[in-house]
Design a protein around this ligand. Structure first.
Ligand code: FHN
Length: 570
């Protein structure tokens, strides 16, 4: 028995990794927001949802009474819905997974639910189950079928979260909603639609206890199914398998965890007849490459109309993306983040010993410059013209490639650069402006041991998961002027970290501090630690816990070296 438990303990993390493999490889998914709000299309009794805001929130924005919204929902009749065509569009665009709203915040189920008659099969003249049809078509097409489920927010159920215009907040029994509707519906989705790639929860639970119930249900019924980070509270540690950036969020890079960013094609998730602010294929391709170059996944939304038609502008954009993907997807699937700083001509993705150089703007002098690459270049060619070997040279640490006269595949020509071994970058050196402190944050840190650069789930980033002296973060800093500097630390910490000691070495000098809890969530506060006298020149700065801890030391936002007086930068 003990052996068995030990074995489980050993393989558990591996199992989690294994579960993530497809997600890490596939990179690009289709998000679909579709429900009774699509019928309203951004308008209720002459009032309009302004362009730039979310049309699927119409029930809440205009406080539509449940009885009236329910009446309206009888009109949903998507006679043009064609699961095969939707899945074919996702596939032709290069998308590898599809996530559809099984139930959004309005509480209406877009599938055959026995839990509540308020679903597309029982409540509308359509009487078909679109999720069943989509799951079957996805299976045939090799696309992973996934569901979005609004587990906390439900404006239809008297005890659900969010509807305080029909159901006053006082007197709600949230657990009753969870037991009567949310968990039973999730159980249906996990039971009736074959293996799900992932469940995409939204507007997470407020407590870890409630979050745990949803995580456990998914693990129990489909252990391989992924859970997105929004299953839990935004201000608390991750309880799902991966992080979601904020809606339409574009992170600055450097994260050491799995993540995905959900983004819109215009400015709303659900269909709005008013919103014509469509992204072009070039916008989408550049965003995708940007996200993938930083190690993330791109979940791109479409908002079909109530009759099941996908807006023509969305189809046109996706077709444009698909044309590019058909030729260039090798530079997207299975790649990982670039270790190099963002170049001004485009972005870089990496696979094995290959760098894919995505050239968005063609250099006027025909020379592509790659700064900070340690490896030696072996050869370079356009992805679409492998016989065309391009001249490569290196000068003062910058790798130079002579490009063909003009781009081969606008809006992103990919050049393959093979190097000796896994691409590695020179460490970033933090330099100093005339009146700014030296800021040492996650973006330029090199972590070791268990210390990780993470999204803080509130829109910011920090370093966490350090539990012992070998879990550290290090920065390279160029001090321009000798003098006195105040060392400051900015972090958030929970009660369990109270009194934990950390050590910071700044060149040969050492400062120590003790963690003071900062309250719930990620409320960073700044502490002045010590005044140091620094010589000019390059130094390294390292922070780590002093001893072994049974928990995370802190959520480190940054260290600062603040000059005592003005600096003369040469
Ligand atoms: O409130 C929702 C919104 O309607 C939409 O579903 C997005 C998609 O990421 N999520 C929520 C807001 O973050």
């Amino acid at each position: 028995m003990i052996r068995f438990v030990c074995l489980l303990f050993l393989i558990a993390p591996l199992y989690g990794q294994d579960r993530m493999q497809w997600f890490q490889h596939d990179k690009f998914g289709m998000f679909i927001h579709w429900g009774p709000y699509s019928y309203l299309a951004g308008e209720w009794k002459g009032q309009q949802i302004p362009v730039g805001t979310e049309a699927e929130w119409i029930m809440q924005r205009f406080n539509i009474p449940v009885a009236e919204y329910r009446e309206m929902a009888h009109n949903l009749n998507p006679v043009q819905f064609d699961a095969k065509a939707w899945v074919a569009l996702a596939k032709a665009t290069g998308m590898k997974y599809l996530v559809i709203t099984a139930k959004h915040h309005d509480g209406f189920a877009m599938y055959a639910s026995k839990v509540s008659k308020y679903n597309i099969v029982d409540w509308t003249p359509f009487h078909r189950d679109p999720l069943m049809e989509l799951s079957q078509e996805c299976k045939k097409a090799g696309i992973r079928f996934c569901v979005y489920y609004s587990h906390r927010e439900d404006w239809d159920h008297p005890d659900g979260f969010g509807n305080n215009w029909d159901y006053p907040r006082q007197g709600k029994n949230f657990d009753r909603y969870l037991e009567e509707k949310s968990k039973p519906q999730l159980r249906e989705l996990l039971t009736n639609y074959g293996p799900l790639g992932l469940v995409w929860f939204d507007r997470g639970m407020d407590t870890p206890e409630h979050t745990r119930q949803f995580v456990d249900l998914v693990r129990q019924l489909q252990p391989q199914c992924l859970i997105n980070g929004r299953v839990g509270s935004y201000g608390a540690d991750l309880m799902g398998d991966y992080q979601n950036m904020n809606d339409n969020g574009m992170p600055t890079g450097g994260l050491q965890e799995y993540w995905e960013t959900p983004q819109t094609l215009n400015t709303t998730w659900g269909f709005s007849k008013f919103d014509q602010q469509w992204k072009t294929p070039a916008d989408v391709i550049h965003r995708m490459v940007e996200i993938v170059s930083k190690g993330g996944n791109y979940l791109l939304n479409i908002g079909p109309m109530a009759d099941g038609t996908i807006p023509a502008a969305s189809v046109a954009t996706l077709r444009g993306v698909g044309e590019w993907m058909q030729k260039n997807s090798e530079s997207i699937y299975g790649t990982s983040a670039s270790p190099l700083a963002d170049p001004n001509w485009g972005r870089i993705t990496v696979k094995g010993d290959a760098l894919f150089l995505h050239v968005f703007s063609w250099p006027a002098d025909g020379k592509l410059r790659i700064a900070g690459l340690i490896n030696d270049a072996l050869e370079a060619h356009p992805l679409l013209d492998s016989a065309n070997r391009l001249a490569v040279s290196k000068s003062y640490g910058t790798t130079l490639i002579s490009l063909p006269v003009r781009p081969i595949n606008s809006p992103d020509t990919v050049i393959v650069l093979r190097v000796n071994g896994t691409p590695k970058a020179e460490p970033t050196v933090i330099t100093q402006g005339s009146d700014t402190p030296l800021l040492l944050d996650y973006s330029s840190a090199v972590t070791s041991g268990r210390a990780m650069k993470r999204f803080n789930r509130d829109g910011g980033f920090h370093i966490a998961k350090w539990m012992g002296p070998s879990d550290s973060a290090t920065w390279q800093v160029l001090v321009s002027q000798a003098g006195q500097y105040h060392l400051r630390i900015r972090y958030a910490a929970g009660a369990e970290s109270k009194g934990d000691r950390y050590r910071i070495s700044v060149g040969h000098q050492v400062a120590e501090g003790q963690v003071l809890p900062t309250g719930d969530g990620y409320q960073y506060s700044t502490v002045d630690l010590k005044t140091l006298v620094l010589k000019s020149g390059r130094i390294s700065v390292t922070i780590a816990p002093v001893s072994q801890l049974g928990h995370n030391l802190m959520f480190l936002h940054s260290l600062e070296l603040v000059p005592d007086g003005p600096i003369m930068v040469e």
